[in-house]
Design a protein. Sequence first.
Length: 340
Amino acid sequence: MSRDPSRVGPSYSRLPNERVGNLLAILLASTVAVAFVVTVVVRTSHQSESSTRLAAAQANTGVSAGDQSTSAPPAGAPPTSLPSTGTAPSQIANPPVLPALRTSTGSDAGQPTPAQSGSAEPIPAQSDPTRSVANQTAGAPTAAQPSATTPSTSPPASDHPASGGPGITPADPAPSDSTATDPPPIAPTQTYSGPGGITVSVGAGWTPDLSSGGGVSDYVEPLGVDELTAAFFRIGVENPTPAATISAEADASIAALKAADPAVEIVSESFGTFLGTDSVDIEFSNYHNSLGLVRHARERLWIAGGATYILMFDTPEQSWDPALEFFNSLAATAQIAQGQ
């Protein structure tokens, strides 16, 4: 059986057109899918680039989100950001403006202005209990708040109130040490007498030593035992038949010392006047007494009333006073009674 060419031809002619339509539909779907993928990739790239730039900017400036939330603008400038308190954005959408704290002097310099608070009356701080006072004051500075370098015009409080005013009355000044300017107490003196009517006045407490005998009187220092071991002074008549001159008396005295102890040393021999007459001072050392103790002494001889008087101060060698203070006291107070 033969085919009918008129029936077979049209079926073959429709086949290419249907394939072309299917291909176009596939191509269109592929194009839409590619476009969608490209769009997603581009958006993701833009978001990643924005995040990178933001992170780089924060790293360069060195300002963290916490630091930005607590930094305060200069005095007089309106607040540019809200403090980070950890509350939800809905809770701090309209933060209340706190009035500035009053100073201790009670001045109203810390009240906010309408421009800062946004209204004529300040909103009480209790309207937002989620914010602490430290965050409120740090995040809402006012122009009236004094800076750390603002000088204070009020005088500082004194720790010592003036006399007569309130507070503790200043203590009276400590009394001055009057003993520093008072003269030292004068030691009591005593008058000591010797043969020939001679007297001296020195410190009390010297006791007579009766072992001297003859025409002189010896007095031993206070607490001293005797003239052999302690200091003593001698006053009286050394020679009842004096030589013709004081120089001859000096030679005779030195000769007697050397006869008693050849080791004696004559320190000095000086002539002068005493009580209106010629005198001589003889100082000697390295003189050994009967106990073998070394002594140091100074004697003054003068001729008066037909006799040679003596005034002598004798001490152990280690106790000798080169200033001759006590010897000079004896000489300054020595007197001879009239008629002697």
